[in-house]
Design a protein. Structure first.
Length: 105
């Protein structure tokens, strides 16, 4: 596996952690979750910058944004008890399919 794929995966994890911390920051009224928003997003964007040295921006950003969106939607359903519907599940699956399609073709 190429190292930039590992960086991209870590960047996605940090982006998702940053988004989860946004939920806990409660409009930046909670100190540590608010600080972690910036830490995790900083790490995520820093890794994305490293990935862009070796990967096309159209692919890297689509994978980063799409995977982060799909993961945070799933986390919202599972951990934050957000409502789930067939349309929401199909939409998440279409995001994943789009990411795979971009990489394969």
């Amino acid at each position: 596996m190429k190292l930039y794929w590992l960086y991209l995966a870590l960047g996605i994890v940090f982006e998702v952690l940053g988004t989860v911390c946004m939920k806990y920051a409660e409009g930046f009224t909670k100190l540590w979750p608010s600080v972690l928003v910036f830490v995790f997003y900083g790490l995520s964007l820093g890794l994305l910058v490293l990935v862009l040295e070796k990967m096309e921006v159209s692919i890297a950003y689509a994978v980063w944004a799409g995977a982060g969106t799909a993961l945070i939607a799933a986390i919202g359903i599972v951990f934050f008890k957000e409502p789930v519907s067939a349309v929401k599940v199909v939409s998440i699956l279409l995001i994943v399919a789009g990411i795979i399609g971009l990489e394969l073709f």
